[in-house]
Design a protein. Structure first.
Length: 183
């Protein structure tokens, strides 16, 4: 069975538990923190996959990392380690967060710009593009990309809205070299 399918099943189970316990927001914030910990510490992933470490050693180390987390989150992580599914922890967190975002009508998006965007600009972008993707708002991550020359490029899931200068220049170039272009 694919790791993605398994990660979704664990995320759905944790989501149901969080719903029953009215702890969805707390679990979401914990999983966001956990996802960031795994992203920042590549050695942690290697450590958890190391074949010479016992399950108990892995659990002890992870419990130390998860101090202050809810018992639901900790128990899920311990279950993943017991079942030798350490490699899906990040995927499981991603699926849980996506499920939470869907429930709230939020989508994660990346906006590429030449310079950092202000909070007001981010809000305008969210207000403009959220309805276009069927959401109430967008959770924007701003990436600085000088290659776009100006304007913005927005990526929401697998949809791209390109209002960048480089994107417009590329479209003009394609138009000029197309066989249908009349001179």
């Amino acid at each position: 069975m694919s790791g993605t399918i398994i990660a979704k099943r664990y995320a759905n189970a944790l989501f149901q538990i969080g719903e029953e316990q009215s702890k969805l927001d707390k679990i979401e914030s914990e999983l966001r923190a956990l996802r960031q910990i795994f992203k920042d510490n590549k050695q942690l992933d290697s450590f958890l996959k190391h074949p010479r470490l016992s399950v108990d050693e892995k659990k002890q180390m992870l419990k130390g990392t998860l101090k202050g987390f809810s018992k639901e989150t900790i128990n899920t992580m311990m279950l993943l380690i017991d079942r030798h599914r350490e490699e899906i922890i990040s995927d499981m967190a991603d699926h849980f967060i996506l499920k939470m975002n869907d429930m709230k009508g939020i989508a994660d998006a990346t906006v590429y710009s030449v310079s950092p965007l202000s909070d007001i600009e981010k809000k305008r972008i969210s207000d403009t593009f959220a309805p276009k993707v069927g959401k109430q708002s967008l959770n924007l991550t701003n990436v600085i990309d000088p290659s776009i020359l100006g304007g913005i490029r927005l990526r929401v899931g697998n949809r791209i809205f390109d209002g960048s200068v480089s994107g417009k220049l590329s479209r003009i170039e394609r138009e000029l070299v197309s066989p249908n272009f009349r001179r």
